[in-house]
Write a protein that binds this ligand. Sequence first.
Ligand SMILES: Cc1cc2nc3c(=O)[nH]c(=O)nc-3n(C[C@H](O)[C@H](O)[C@H](O)COP(=O)(O)OP(=O)(O)OC[C@H]3O[C@@H](n4cnc5c(N)ncnc54)[C@H](O)[C@@H]3O)c2cc1C
Length: 461
Amino acid sequence: MPRVCIHWFRRDLRLTDNSALHHAVRSSDQVIPVYILSNWQQHHQWTGPARQQFLCGCLESLAGNLAAAGSKLVLRQGCADAELEKLIRETGATAVFTNRDPDPFGRAMEQKVAAICTRLGVEFKSFKDAVLHEAGEVLTGEGKPYRVYTPYSRNWLSLPKAAPSPRVKSFGAAATVSSLQLPTLKTWSLNPGASQLPDPGERAARDRMKQFTSSAILGKYSQHRNLPAGRTTSQLSQDLRFGLISIRELYARCMAAGNDASILTYIKELAWREFYMAVLHHWPEVLEHEFNADFRNVPWPGEDTAFEAWKQGRTGFPIVDAGIRQLLATGLMHNRVRMITAMFLTKDLHVHWRLGESFFMQHLVDGEIASNNGGWQWSAGTGADAAPYFRIQNPWTQTKSYDPEGAYIKHWLPELAHVPAAHLTAPPLRPLSPDYPLPIVDHSIERDRTLERFKHARIKQ
Ligand SMILES: Cc1cc2nc3c(=O)[nH]c(=O)nc-3n(C[C@H](O)[C@H](O)[C@H](O)COP(=O)(O)OP(=O)(O)OC[C@H]3O[C@@H](n4cnc5c(N)ncnc54)[C@H](O)[C@@H]3O)c2cc1C
């Protein structure tokens, strides 16, 4: 009897250096590749059209790559455990291979699938793939998780890193099992969101990775990465999120590119990604609460009208509004501007960080639960190794430091294209343009209110 296995694709939508897939083809005569579409419809706190649209493109590309390798992507929709059980029974598969998901939701589903496999007498094999080091691998001398990034990153950097495995070229005979059509936004009753998403799929992502690791952008990363205008960063976060590129290959390409300060700075950013995944792994309650228990009683009296203005990019703070407009148009936002907009929402508008966190998750094409939660709690001053609550960024001086010519602002706010750059770095007394609002708050007043809010919450404990 030929040995038939299932490879359950999740956030690893590629054929190159895919750990579980590599092992599945080596140990089987036939591998059935499956992706299970979620069932959720329209109103979901944690996702939205940008990521689903990108996913559709990635699945189309994956189906094409599998067809070129003589295989066929099987698509099913529903709860992964029930759908995999059906597929095991239909195909007589004797093993299910998958790459481990770092999120609590993905891990919970893995446990359910593993239990079904045990009941059916089928092997369940899961592999490390999304990260260089899983949460349990980077621990303090006492075997405890790190609460602070710097010692975590020192330990993370010192650990040996796995080398990439080759691209899978053959899957055995193509499966004859039934499959749904490739999904579109209509699958989830969604309307299109951002219109300028990155190109989806493994090929496009590999091109971006190769271009970045061989270009001057990597060489100048430590100098330019905080400047939001132009391409100053890798722009690979959505590719890591969907597993269109492998973290091992990205790391190996960076190491091959040289050993200078810029490359080390970049690799340390990859460690931030894994630090936040480790925080979420060890403290899953961060999705509900402030990581720092001192701040669980801080009040968030922000008004709905202020939140609405922020969501529409109409706060009268050009750097904040430009960031939101970039997000709505592209599903992405530069990291420096994510920090500025998040700090503005929580510290100037006093809106709860969880509302901003959820809005970002609905719009980001790279939406990653761990990094997003980490970034929001960092900005709110409540997170693991967060900005201290009293260090409140001033959006006007941030503009002066990081967008001094106003190039980023003018790109995303064309109504300000003719405003002299110097007028974008201090609160204006008159409207900057007829179509653009005056600032909805005074930063220095709101800053003081925030300091009071945090101080009182601490004293009350
Ligand atoms: C409020 C807020 C929300 C965020 N939400 C997300 C999110 O949902 N998904 C996401 O991938 N990143 C998130 N980040 C982190 C960061 O903004 C993005 O990873 C980065 O902007 C992506 O662009 P890039 O690929 O060009 O980054 P680069 O500067 O080229 O960095 C390289 C890679 O390192 C990782 N990285 C960089 N900075 C961080 C960071 N601060 N935390 C975690 N990983 C990092 C990313 O995987 C990124 O692709 C958030 C940051 C903040 C402040």
